[in-house]
Design a protein around this ligand. Structure first.
Ligand code: G6P
Length: 366
């Protein structure tokens, strides 16, 4: 009811603003990298595996895609990420030393549960879930678990569940890296420090709300939008597009920016807002030339840059700067800005933000 909402207009907005706290809760008690955080048998299992298979649906699938970048880069283990409803019905090649990871807010998604059982039936016994509901079927079915502490998520469009999943997946990445001999003590200390600082860093992104509202008023008048990202921010572009379409009903697509010229550039006109995630990372210069391709066709660029990204606004180029560049954890900050953009665009269009048409919070049937 209204009392629960406090100063917020919708559960989604409240849940976006809860993220500093629930990420802190999810990482509470993590004083060092310890496999036991994932369960008693975690060390033995992590020692034995030589690859990872991630199974999930919807927003949770995008968390998995982000984790692939982290795990391959930091823990040096090969990762496959599969949409649960596809995996369960296709012939794949099982490998017994696979860590099967399901990601699920509810822990009850029928396709994800079935994909898990399918993987096990193919002879992959090592299972781990990143899940927000400790009493769920998913937690019961998996040998190992990390419970995210997002609390109850009411809005159908997932926000705080997603960022807590990312926090848990980053912890998993560091743990796999450590067991694999890929994490020095200094790296462990500096990554843990960054993780502990996340609540403060997210609060600084939330403070950008007024600037994002100004953009949302322009987006509300559009029928299409394109989202671009590269590397580990490509899954974040996918999630930003999903949020926008789920609650504002604007058609949105995401592309890795390097693919622009292989199709979506044909759609770019003055009517096409192009949201670009432009953190100050190794791909920034490449991304800038992708942005040029959009500008040359009259597309309107809406760029989420970092404070030191060296991109200046001008004709057809709007910039909002995130307060700091956040290294490997940057996706967690950038997605918060995209959640706010989707929320305020939907608000301006007057849609039912917390209960978008045709969608359910948890899909427990096929
Ligand atoms: C539904 C929800 C999404 C969610 C997906 C997977 O489609 O509307 O927000 O990402 O299910 O749900 P899960 O509970 O497995 O994360």
């Amino acid at each position: 009811g209204a009392a629960e909402l406090g100063p917020y207009r919708h559960y989604m907005q409240k849940e976006i603003f809860e993220q500093p706290r629930v990420i802190g809760d999810t990482l509470e008690g993590v004083t060092g990298i310890m496999p036991e955080l994932f369960g008693d048998k975690a060390y033995k299992i992590f020692k034995d595996i030589d690859r990872v298979l991630i199974l999930a649906c919807g927003t949770s699938y995008y968390a998995g895609l982000t984790a692939k970048y982290w795990i391959e880069c930091i823990a040096k283990l090969p990762v496959n990420v599969e949409i649960a409803s596809e995996y369960r019905y296709r012939d794949s090649v099982p490998h017994p030393k696979t860590l099967v990871v399901t990601i699920s807010q509810s822990g009850e998604t029928a396709d994800t549960l079935a994909a898990l059982k399918h993987a096990r039936s193919l002879g992959m016994p090592y299972t781990l879930t990143i899940c927000n509901v400790s009493t769920s079927a998913m937690v019961r079915e998996c040998e190992l678990a990390y419970i995210t502490r997002a609390g109850v998520e009411v809005g159908v469009a997932s926000t705080k569940a997603f960022t807590t999943q990312l926090a848990a997946l980053f912890l998993l990445t560091l743990t796999l890296a450590q067991v694999n001999g890929r994490l020095t003590d200094e790296e462990e200390a500096s990554q843990l420090k960054l993780m502990r600082h996340l609540p403060v860093a997210i609060s600084a992104v939330l403070a950008l709300e007024p600037q994002i509202i100004a953009w949302a008023e322009e987006f509300a008048r559009k029928e299409n939008a394109l989202f671009l990202g590269r590397g580990m921010h490509y899954p974040i572009a996918l999630e930003g597009a999903l949020k926008l379409k789920e609650i504002s009903y604007i058609h949105a697509e995401a592309y890795p920016a390097g693919e622009l010229k292989h199709g979506p550039l044909a759609l770019v006109t003055e009517e096409m807002p192009v949201v670009t995630i432009a953190p100050n990372d190794a791909l920034l210069e490449k991304l800038k030339s992708n942005m040029q391709e959009v500008r040359a066709r009259g597309g309107q660029l809406y760029v989420f840059a970092d404070v030191d990204s060296r991109i200046t606004s001008g004709e057809g180029l709007h910039v909002i700067r995130l307060p700091e560049h956040y290294g490997d954890l940057s996706p967690i900050l950038h997605v918060v800005a995209l959640q706010l953009l989707a929320y305020h665009t939907a608000l301006a269009r007057g849609t039912d933000v917390d209960k978008p048409r045709n969608l359910a919070k948890s899909v427990t049937v096929e």
